[in-house]
Ligand binder design. Structure first.
Ligand SMILES: [Zn+2]
Length: 474
């Protein structure tokens, strides 16, 4: 086994050494493809090369990779805040360097130095993280969707009658970026074009041979432009085809139990109780949808981590879902909140997740040295990690949607890589869901409510459905 691992390692290093530029170029292509799998592959590539760039001290490549990681993270809804911070720091320091160089130059040289600003590069470098995500026609209005709430300063409108040319131009500049330019057409309008006009803004040009009277409004994340043209009827929504997966086996693993209460929350609510309640609801929904479901525990009893991991292997389940609740010490109890979903990532080293790892792994961890775990983890297949990531992303989006649908204010679910012993044994896609912080007074009040629990479980089940549907298409 070890020899195989070494051979594989050598093979990949050689391959990588010979084609760094090619890899990064491919990553760029994948990043802007519409397939999540490609996007994730880009994310993965950028992460690998970021580490290499760190070792080499190649700041240019670091910046390129961080940029890629951030864009991919945004698309895949993976938590990349630490990389965004790194990117910011890097950009700041490279700006400083540029400034100090100029400063020295102006003192040593007497001739006039052309300001660097005037040099215009043709390609616009993209900086803003906010993006245009899509569009639709609603009656006579063109609705543009963004991934942030538009403020009045974000939208600038003006109209033009270009000299020498016939017709009218209506122009909207919006502070956002566009990853993939959408094709928008209307039979009464000559042209609708969207371009990355500046690093931080896109330009939407509506060209018409006759005069239009566009009216527009900002509506949350939407820019609604009423063009006064004839109505466009939306194509009939396709019926959602739900493939009932009678054969799929899903193991649900409610964390802790019995002597191990897990985290003790605000007003002494226990993690083990909350996670069991949500797990049972999830099991019920999945069963009603035709899945086979097994639980590592369905009541309050002590279950060892070894047993759970074995369970994850034993019957070769298609999915393994471990459910936990998070907590922090009292002094931060009001601050820390939110839902997190972890997939197994052997290379992860974020401080936050390793603290969590220690906590969640604690029960049996003493019996296993860290290096042992790492060895085990390193033999996990890439496909499994990839599948787990997809599952985590699908679950995260659906949980957020379901909770918002019930008017709960939730931020995006954070999807992260982590090193969890319980996930290691799983034969297939496996995730660990942190349903929220039991230490947070507001969050725990929600977590014990049956309405909230039900919406949460429904979201997880939707995520499972979406995962299998997407997988069939991959
Ligand atoms: Zn736990």
């Amino acid at each position: 086994m070890l020899r195989l691992v070494i051979a594989l390692f050598l093979a990949t290093t050689l391959l990588v050494a010979s084609s760094a530029t090619a890899d990064l170029d491919r990553a760029k292509k994948n990043l802007y493809s519409s397939s999540k799998e490609n996007q994730f592959s880009a994310y993965d590539t950028y992460k690998r090369y970021y580490i290499k760039a760190l070792i080499k001290g190649d700041t240019k490549q670091q910046e390129r990779c961080l940029n890629g990681i951030c864009i991919a993270g945004k698309k895949l809804r993976i938590d990349v805040r630490e990389y965004q911070q790194k990117l910011k720091r890097l950009e700041k320091s490279s700006n400083k360097k540029a400034v100090s160089k100029k400063h020295i130059a102006s003192h040593t040289k007497t001739e006039k130095i052309k300001p660097a600003k005037k040099r215009k590069s043709k390609k616009v470098k993209i900086r803003s993280q906010h993006a245009l995500t899509g569009f639709k026609w609603e009656g006579r209005s063109l609705v543009l969707n963004f991934d942030f709430n538009l403020k009045s300063k974000d939208v600038n409108y003006f109209s033009l009658r270009p000299e020498g040319k016939k017709g009218y131009r209506y122009i909207f500049d919006v502070n956002a970026i566009v990853h993939k330019k959408p094709i928008i057409k209307h039979k009464e309008i000559k042209r609708i074009a969207i371009s990355q006009h500046k690093p931080t803004s896109i330009r939407i040009v509506i060209e018409s041979s006759k005069r239009l009277k566009p009216r527009f409004k900002r509506d949350g994340k939407q820019l609604v432009i009423d063009l006064g043209v004839s109505k466009v009827y939306a194509p009939k929504a396709k019926k959602r085809t739900r493939k009932v997966s009678h054969n799929k086996l899903i193991v649900i693993d409610p964390g802790h139990g019995g002597r191990d209460g897990g985290a003790v929350g605000y007003k002494r609510h226990l993690e083990k109780d909350i996670v069991l309640q949500i797990s049972k609801r999830l099991a019920k929904i999945l069963k009603s949808e035709g899945y086979r479901v097994q639980m590592t525990r369905d009541r309050d009893k002590t279950v060892s981590l070894k047993y759970r991991a074995k369970y994850a292997r034993k019957n070769k389940p298609d999915l393994f879902i471990s459910i936990h609740g998070n907590s922090v010490p009292k002094k931060n109890a009001h601050k820390a909140k939110g839902i997190e979903i972890y997939y197994l990532d052997p290379k992860r080293g974020s401080q936050r997740s390793s603290r969590l790892e220690r906590k969640e792994n604690a029960a049996d961890y003493s019996a296993m040295t860290r290096s042992m775990t790492e060895l085990f983890v390193s033999t996990q297949s890439r496909t499994k990690i990839l599948e787990s990531t997809f599952l985590a992303i699908d679950m995260g989006q659906n949980v957020a949607d379901r909770l918002r649908g019930k008017n709960y204010k939730v931020k995006d679910v954070r999807v992260k890589g982590g090193n969890f012993w319980v996930l290691v044994g799983a034969t297939s896609a496996a995730v660990l869901v942190e349903v929220g912080f039991v230490s947070n007074p507001q969050e725990v009040q929600l977590l014990i409510k049956s309405r909230y629990q039900q919406a949460f479980a429904q979201g997880l089940a939707d995520g499972v459905d979406q995962y299998f549907n997407n997988k069939a298409r991959r």
